[in-house]
Design a protein around this ligand. Structure first.
Ligand code: 0X9
Ligand code: ZN
Length: 420
């Protein structure tokens, strides 16, 4: 009994030392006219006080905004002043984070774990890294693991190559975990590695015809910070202190998905080092994006496809993110995404929106997808924003990991088959 009490006190103090979101509210806001839409865009671009979980996209399109308690009343005033349609989706974000953590703590690992991760719950960077080594050791003929380099905090960023050998094969490059808080991303990408390898016999064609280069967590410092007892579950960026943005060194982190060097800093990113979409001091200013750049360039010859996994909103996005102009091969990119999403939706009815990032979401330059296509010359480049549509947002319950993975896998198969 004493031990139980001690453990619960320890757990409570552990929770207490992560960044807390007591009284933070998640608003769903729908601008009804141009001037209210523009007001929200201004807020998105200029204020650090509001965390846009889903950024402004247009009139009549809902966005999700987390508002700190001190700003709730002025925010509600703003809603009324602009006759905005709004509702509170989470009355207290901390409660949602606590409930998710408690559920995770109750979730047992699978009874006879083969590897350091399973897909019943979410795992931190150390477990994912161990998994990469373990699956390589278990399948030395098919899997090789390497490190593309070290992060700012000195973590080795793993890359898993899956191949049955032979020359002249096309390749697919996959990454996850560029945005730290989007936990379903590494949870899917690790599952994909496992599916290709452990279930090889069920569908050998996906590995026999294609070499896969898979990086499950390209922002390890940020990802680990979302798990750390003194961290922040809702952290997005990497963890390098920045002196190169407006706002100075008081703020940490660059949005790696604004730091890639193709039409860098051409809109939808911030020069403010405290902003969640800080683009960094220069294109590829971050050691992690440099490593990803070099690793992708090393396989850019055979690579025909680049897939980067995010959350949330259920979008299958094509370039470009920096301009509303469509790439010249857009029809091909679009049609393939439609075929993939048809198969995806057939599994559980989950619907995805398809289109170019700028047209479906918003302008955001410096994205890895734009660079993969425009900089590395990989023709089929997609950003996949997985579950959900905002009911849980980043706290997608662990019980949805497998259903998410199974449906997205159907889409991936279509993508891969297009290269056979
Ligand atoms: O804004 C982003 O970086 C992505 N959405 S997220 O909510 N996961 O942050 C979308 C990126 C789409 N691609 C480009 N804009 N290039
Ligand atoms: Zn993201």
């Amino acid at each position: 009994m004493k031990l139980l009490i001690l453990l619960s006190v320890l757990a409570a103090s552990a929770i207490a030392s992560q960044k807390r979101y007591d009284g933070y509210q998640l608003f769903q806001v729908t601008p009804k006219d141009q001037s209210s839409f523009e007001a929200m865009v201004q807020l998105y671009e200029q204020s650090e006080n509001y965390d846009f979980w889903i950024a402004p996209r247009g009139i009549d399109i809902a966005m999700d905004i987390m508002v700190p308690p001190a700003y709730v009343s002025v925010f509600v005033d703003l809603m009324h002043a602009y006759s905005m349609e709004y509702r509170v989706k989470m009355i207290d974000v901390q409660t949602v984070l606590d409930m998710a953590r408690e559920e995770r703590e109750r979730t047992p690992r699978v009874a006879t774990p083969r590897y350091s991760v399973d897909w019943n719950t979410y795992y931190d960077f150390n477990d994912i890294s161990a998994f990469c080594n373990e699956i390589a050791a278990a399948h030395p003929n098919m899997v090789t693991v390497s490190s593309i380099g070290r992060s700012y905090e000195n973590r080795a960023i793993p890359m898993v190559k899956i191949s049955t050998g032979g020359s002249g094969k096309k390749a697919i490059v996959v990454d996850g975990g560029i945005h730290a808080r989007e936990w379903i991303s590494p949870a899917f990408v690790t599952w994909l590695i496992n599916e290709l390898v452990e279930n090889y016999a069920a569908h050998p064609q996906y590995v026999d015809n294609i070499d896969w280069y898979i990086m499950p967590v390209i922002n390890p410092d940020g990802y680990q910070f979302t798990f750390a007892l003194t961290g922040d579950r809702l952290w997005r960026k990497n963890r390098r202190p920045n002196n190169d943005g407006i706002g100075g060194s008081s703020c940490l982190g660059t949005d790696m998905n604004r730091n890639f060097g193709f039409h860098w800093n051409e809109g939808g990113s911030s020069a403010n080092g405290c902003s969640d979409t800080f683009h960094g001091g220069a294109a590829f200013s971050e050691v992690e994006t440099q490593h990803v750049r070099d690793a992708v360039l090393a396989v850019a010859g055979p690579a025909e496809m680049y897939l980067t996994f995010h959350a949330y909103g259920q979008y299958w996005l094509t370039p470009w993110g920096y301009t509303a102009t469509l790439p010249s091969d857009y029809t091909q990119l679009y049609n393939l995404a439609v075929s993939a999403c048809n198969k995806l939706t057939a599994v559980y009815g989950t619907r995805y929106t398809i289109g170019s990032s700028t047209n479906v979401l918003y302008v955001a330059s410096g994205g890895s997808d734009d660079w993969a296509k425009g900089g590395a010359g990989i023709p089929f480049s997609y950003t996949v924003e997985m579950r959900d549509e905002g009911l849980y947002g980043f706290e997608l319950p662990a019980r949805q990991i497998l259903p998410n993975n199974l449906e997205v896998w159907e889409g991936i198969k279509v993508m891969a088959e297009s290269l056979f």
